[in-house]
Ligand binder design. Structure first.
Ligand code: FMN
Length: 423
C-alpha cells in the first residue's frame, strides 16, 4: 500500500505536534531532574490521565520495586582516571547510537500531547537514539516514517485477528523500520486499579468526576480540543467502524492470550529485520529467545503495569544476562529515572536501556521540548556518574563499577559466578 492511498499523504502533511507555550518553556528550563518533569506532568494533566501514565497494576508493588532495585545498588568509584572526555556511543544492533538509551514504546502518548508519538520520535532522533513506536500510537507507522528522521523500531502487540497483526508487521517492513519489538508480557491487560477509581476506561466514560477533572486542567483540555480526540492510527480497519472508542474497546478485548513460542517463531521467520522480544525476566525464557533466533530481548515487566508482584527488572537482569552470555543484545527497562540508573543497568549486564515514563513525563510537561529535556537530563547525569566513577567509556562499564555491598540486594558484582550464586 502506498502512502498516498487512503488519504494518508494528505493527513501526513498536517500531522503537527504543537510547540509549548512560553510559560511551559520557562518551567521546563527550571526542571533539574526527571522527578521535576513528573511534577510538571502532574500539574498539567487531568488526574485520570496522569494516573494512567504514572500508575501500575493492583498494589503497585512491582512498580515501586523497579525503582527501589536501582536505589539498592551502590557504586565503587575508581580515582585518578582521565575522565576529561567521555564516550557514550555504543554499537546497538549494527548501528551507532549516541547513548545506550532507546525511547521505548508508550501507547498513550497522543493523550498527553497532540501527536505525542511524533514529538517523542523527533526528540529521540535529535539525541541520536532509536525510538520505538507503539501499536497503540496516535500517529501511524507511515507518518512516523515520513516525518521523523531518526532510527525507528515498531512495537507490535499480538491480536486474535492474526491477519491484522501480520499486516501491521508488513507495514513496518515497508516503511523501513529497523527492528520489530514483540511484546510478550501482555496476554491480557493488567488490573490497573487507579484507572477504575478515576473512571478512566476504554471506551471513555464521561462521569461528573472526570468532566470536572478536565475542566480544572484547561491547558491540557484546550490543546486536546484544538487537535481533536486522538485516534489509534495504526488500528484503522481493526473494526468495521473507525470510531476511536469502538476501535479502542475492541482492541482491549482482542489481545491474543493463546500466543506462544511457535507463533513467535512464525513472526521470526516472516520478519527479515532485527527482532526484539520485550517482556522477559526469566533466564530459561531468555535462552529460548536466543535459540529462536531473536536479535535482542528486553528484560521488562511493562513498568509494573501488568503482573503485580513480579520481580523487579534490575533484579532479574544479571541472571538473564548470564543466560544470554553475549549471544544477543540485552536491553532492560523499568524504573529508570536517573542517568546513574543507566550506568547501574549496564554494570549488571545490559547493553542499553529503554526509557518509559521518564521520556513520557517530559512529553507531558512540554511536548517535544520536554521529551528532549528528559533525554538531556538522563544523558548529563549519566556522563557525570561515569566521570565520578572513573569510567571514560560506556563500553568499559562492568560489574566492578559496583560495590560488593550491592549483594545486599541479592545481586553479586564480581562477575558471573557471584551473580549466578545469588540466584
Ligand atoms: C503509559 C504507558 C504506556 C505504555 N504502552 C506500551 C505499549 O504500547 N507497548 C509496550 O510494549 N509497552 C508499553 N509500555 C511499557 C513501556 O514500554 C516500558 O516497558 C515501561 O514503561 C518501563 O518502565 P518505566 O516507565 O518505569 O521506565 C507503556 C508504559 C506506559 C507508562
Amino acid at each position: 500500500m502506498s502512502l498516498v492511498e487512503g488519504g494518508r499523504l494528505e493527513r501526513r502533511l498536517v500531522v503537527k505536534s504543537p510547540l509549548p507555550s512560553r510559560l511551559t518553556t520557562r518551567r521546563l528550563a527550571r526542571a533539574r531532574n526527571i522527578a521535576d518533569l513528573r511534577r510538571l506532568a502532574q500539574q498539567r494533566l487531568p488526574r485520570a490521565i496522569f494516573d494512567f501514565i504514572d500508575g501500575g497494576s493492583e498494589d503497585e508493588v512491582t512498580l515501586r520495586e523497579n525503582q527501589d532495585a536501582f536505589r539498592r545498588v551502590r557504586f565503587s568509584p575508581k580515582t585518578l582516571v582521565d575522565v576529561s572526555n567521555v564516550n557514550t556511543k555504543i554499537d546497538l544492533l549494527g548501528q551507532t547510537a549516541d547513548l545506550p538509551v532507546i525511547v521505548g514504546p508508550t501507547g498513550a502518548s497522543g493523550f498527553v500531547w497532540p501527536n505525542g508519538d511524533l514529538a517523542l520520535a523527533r526528540a529521540a532522533a535529535k539525541a541520536g537514539i532509536p525510538f520505538a513506536l507503539s501499536t497503540s500510537a496516535s500517529v501511524s507507522i507511515e507518518e512516523i516514517a515520513a516525518m521523523s528522521a531518526g532510527r525507528r523500531w515498531f512495537q507490535c502487540y499480538i491480536f486474535k485477528q492474526r491477519e491484522f497483526t501480520m499486516r501491521l508487521i508488513e507495514r513496518a517492513l515497508r516503511s523501513e523500520y529497523d527492528a520489530l519489538v514483540v511484546t510478550v508480557d501482555f496476554p491480557v491487560g493488567g488490573n490497573r486499579e487507579r484507572d477504575h477509581r478515576n473512571d478512566f476506561s476504554v471506551p471513555f466514560r464521561y462521569s461528573p468526576r472526570n468532566i470536572f477533572d478536565f475542566a480544572v486542567h484547561p491547558g491540557w483540555a484546550s490543546t486536546i480540543l484544538q487537535h481533536g480526540i486522538p485516534k489509534l492510527r495504526n488500528l484503522d480497519g481493526f473494526t468495521a467502524s473507525n470510531d476511536a472508542m469502538t476501535v479502542a474497546s475492541s482492541v482491549g478485548r482482542n489481545y491474543d492470550a493463546s500466543f506462544s513460542w511457535d507463533d513467535l517463531k512464525q513472526i521470526r521467520d516472516s520478519w527479515p529485520g532485527k527482532l526484539i522480544v520485550k517482556g522477559i525476566v526469566r533466564p530459561d525464557d531468555a535462552d529460548k529467545i536466543v535459540a529462536l533466533g531473536a536479535d535482542a530481548l528486553v528484560v521488562s515487566n511493562h513498568g509494573g503495569r501488568q503482573l503485580d508482584g513480579g520481580i523487579a527488572t534490575l533484579d532479574a537482569l544479571p541472571a538473564v544476562s548470564v543466560a544470554v552470555n553475549q549471544r544477543i543484545t540485552v536491553l532492560v527497562d523499568g524504573g529508570i529515572r536517573r542517568g546513574s540508573d543507566v550506568v547501574k543497568a549496564i554494570a549488571l549486564g545490559a547493553n542499553a536501556v529503554l526509557l518509559g515514563r521518564a521520556s513520557l513525563y517530559g512529553l507531558c510537561a512540554g511536548g517535544e521540548a520536554g521529551a528532549q529535556k528528559a533525554i538531556d537530563i538522563v544523558r548529563s547525569e549519566m556522563v557525570r556518574t561515569m566521570q565520578l566513577c572513573g569510567i571514560p567509556d560506556v563500553r568499559s562499564i562492568g560489574p566492578d563499577a559496583l560495590s560488593q555491598r550491592t549483594s545486599d540486594s541479592g545481586m553479586g558484582t564480581r562477575g558471573e559466578r557471584t551473580i549466578l550464586a545469588a540466584y
